[in-house]
Design a protein around this ligand. Sequence first.
Ligand SMILES: [Zn+2]
Length: 269
Amino acid sequence: MEEQAVKFNKRLQELLAQPSLDAASATDVIDQIAKQQFNMAVVKKAMLGKSVSQVMRKGPAPLKQKIKSLLEAWKKAPAAGPSTSAATSTQVRRRSSGSTSSVDVEFSKTGSQKRDGMRSVIIRRIVSLNPGRSQKSVADVACKVEEAIFNKFRNDGDPYKKECRSRANYLKNEILDKLIAGELTPEQFATQAEQKLVSEEDRRETEQHLEQALRDKNPGQKMGNRTNQLKCGKCGKNDVEYYEVQLRAADEPMTVIATCIKCGHRWRQ
Ligand SMILES: [Zn+2]
């Protein structure tokens, strides 16, 4: 069961590694996966959920719908699945730790320990943001990005290191693809305003989260921070209740959703 899931995961990752998603093949794989009746335990062990979600983000609407049903089915499936073989799970574990905690590939060294350290930080970050990529496939782009950031600062001090870590968070999806394809140069990547580095895909996702947060009329316990520091754009009063939501990665700032107590107007601060 689990081996099957790992195989499917590999197939999806191959599809995701292509510059654009082959929707027909992806649909085919998703259909096959749906027939397997995997449960969550198997899905998690094989890291299949992540790949499926990535396909969902890239795929056309009918495929998205299919994947939604698949995710629902997984959630409902009984937790006690068929016994899993120890050998396979060890293999999966080893693979996952290998991709996140160490850099095993050769990359071009700079002669500076600090800079080489940053290069491996960037490589690890890209791999963790893009589960289908191997360290080898991203080493080159990571080195070019580090070099461009270094050239911007002309030294390897803390601002340079901070910038490397911060910009590495954008090395995913379209931005990464564009860098690899040469549509975005490392210099552009290193100097563009960070806002511009958010891919369309991520922007859409953020907007969806935001719409949902704004639609959510009863945010429950999150609600209730009352302040006179925010001003309603509609009625001009300063009596506002707000709560914070995490729309993006955990290391990015929270977004404030504000509601005017007087007129009920809601907005994003
Ligand atoms: Zn108001």
